[in-house]
Design a protein around this ligand. Structure first.
Ligand code: ADP
Length: 505
């Protein structure tokens, strides 16, 4: 195993990797931007190196500075986390060329599936079903129209280099194609520096179901079952769970085998994910392969008991996987809510500011993978994901109840967050029934957000009553002090937390 690993990331995933390393006795080097000088990942690592100013392109995307930091500190390997440099072929290659280990797949495998069109060709060659569409970039709108005529509208224009739902346009009619193609190309160029756009049939009503893979350097490639990530807004995941209500053991085996075949065709090693759309008839279509650890990896960890990040390190160090496919059946139910600094009531507008108070849920079955603490500054420089709240329970219904309970315990003061949105989803009858698709949230969002549930009203009344009682008890002097700081105390003091829970139970 390595003695020292450099973690080329920030926020919750940097902490996640640091924790994995610490449990394995591996020392860590954090890198950070000027904006992150006081960030938790900097403090938790054994060493930390400043690499540049706040903007990512001057810090977390500076591959040369990061490699130099690894060499200077004597780290033997670099873990890229997700986002930033994690799926850049040139970075994986540069790390290797510097005599270091890239904790991820070989640069060649990243290249083989890095563009969605290349990945589609590869999946087809491996016999994995793909969404109908092209496997090369479109020349013009006429070509797109010819393809669309074969399988009918709506179609989806997608950036070959795409990610994060960017560079996508749904087209319902021939007349809309030219403008949509121009817009998708512009967005692809500005987001990814590559304006290649291709076309797929737009599938209505499927689920997003993805398969987690682990492959070692000794020829073993296993799948760890599925994650369902259908709760999406603007093609971005918000809630993930494992397993999926729509996947039987037989379907899991078929999807797993298809994912393993695609990964083998790519020469894949380490942790990766094959994403699929699954329709109501049980047919599934390959979307893309992600060549890194995913945001939603904890739900797989909780149902399989496999620490994916530790295995990323072990595989990179040459260890062989000791499991067999039949050891990896999921047990119980896990669910994850992405806690972002966005205001659901205001069209998910990003919110900035200082975290004035943070109370993290705890108790049975709760996992908090967070990158913030009281005092953290939330800026617009980085992704709005502050933390992931993850729960495990024996059944889906119990996991939902547990997530609801945990969300009620969660208090973040100082920035708007997605907490209340997640509460509304956990209370929603359709979500609870499991009858959802990737279009579910867009359809349901307005009514979800307009709900002022009676429980919340009861809660507010209980908090107000408790606050009043406390003021009366503490007399005029303390009451005045209480009033001065009421902006913070009204929802954050521990006894008010307790009042919240009493009101709900
Ligand atoms: P990105 O890499 O930008 O995240 P993906 O190809 O992974 O793009 O797609 C993101 C999401 O967009 C999917 O989870 C799905 O909800 C939706 N999507 C992608 N392709 C299609 C399609 N052909 N039909 C319907 N929805 C799609």
């Amino acid at each position: 195993m390595f003695d020292k690993v450099l973690v080329a990331n920030r926020g919750e995933i940097a902490l996640r990797v640091i924790r994995a390393c610490r449990e394995m006795g591996v020392r860590t080097v954090a890198v950070y931007s000027e904006a992150d000088a006081h960030a938790p990942h900097v403090r938790e690592a054994d060493e930390a190196i400043l690499i540049g100013p706040a903007p990512s392109r001057e810090s977390y995307l500076k591959g040369d500075a990061i490699i130099a930091a690894a060499l200077r500190t004597g780290a033997q390997a670099i873990h890229p986390g997700y986002g930033f440099l994690s799926e850049r072929e040139w970075f994986a290659r540069a790390v290797r060329d510097a005599g270091l280990v890239f904790i991820g797949p070989p640069a060649e495998a990243i290249a083989a599936v890095g563009s969605k069109t290349a990945a589609r060709s590869l999946a087809i060659s491996a016999g994995t079903p793909v969404v109908p569409g092209t496997t090369s970039a479109l020349r013009d709108a006429d070509e797109a129209a010819d393809v669309a005529a074969q399988f009918g509208y709506p179609v989806l224009l997608k950036a070959a280099a795409g990610g994060g739902g960017k560079g996508m346009r749904i087209v319902h009619r021939r007349e809309e194609l030219a403008d949509a193609l121009a817009a998708a190309k512009r967005e692809a160029k500005s987001s990814f520096g590559d304006d290649a756009v291709y076309v797929e049939k737009y599938i209505v009503g499927p689920r997003h179901v993805e398969i987690q893979l682990l492959g070692d350097t000794h020829g073993t490639m296993l799948h760890l079952g599925e994650r369902e990530c259908s709760v999406q807004r603007r093609h971005q995941k918000m809630i993930e769970e494992a397993p999926s209500v729509a996947v039987t053991p037989e379907l899991r085996a078929r999807m797993g085998a298809a994912a393993v075949a695609a990964a083998r065709a790519a020469g894949y090693v380490n942790a990766g994910t094959c994403e699929f759309l699954l329709d109501a008839g049980g047919d599934f279509y390959f979307l893309e392969m992600n060549t890194r650890i995913q945001v939603e990896h904890p739900v797989t960890e909780l149902v399989t008991g496999v620490d994916l990040v530790q295995w990323q390190l072990r595989i990179a160090a040459g260890e062989a996987l000791p499991f067999h496919q039949e050891d990896l059946d999921p047990s119980g139910w896990a669910m994850e809510c992405r806690i972002t600094s966005e205001d659901p009531a205001n069209n998910f507008l990003p919110s900035t500011g200082r975290v004035q108070y943070l109370h993290v849920p705890s108790g049975p079955g709760i996992r908090w993978d967070g990158g913030i603490e009281t005092g953290s500054e939330i800026s617009l420089f980085y992704d709005p994901m502050l933390a992931k709240l993850i729960v495990w329970a024996p059944t889906r219904a119990a996991a939902i109840a547990r997530m609801h309970r945990a969300l009620l315990e969660l208090t973040i003061e100082g920035v708007d967050t997605s907490r209340d949105f997640h509460l509304r989803v956990m209370e929603d009858a359709e979500f609870r029934s499991g009858d959802i698709s990737i279009q579910w949230l867009e359809r349901r969002l307005a009514s979800l957000l307009s709900v002022q549930p009676p429980r919340e009203a009861v809660l507010r009344a209980a908090i107000a009553a408790a606050l009043l009682a406390e003021r009366e008890r503490s007399g005029p002097q303390r009451a005045r002090r209480g009033a001065e700081s009421s902006a913070v105390t009204s929802t954050t003091s521990p006894w008010l937390q307790a009042a919240r829970l009493d009101a709900i139970q």
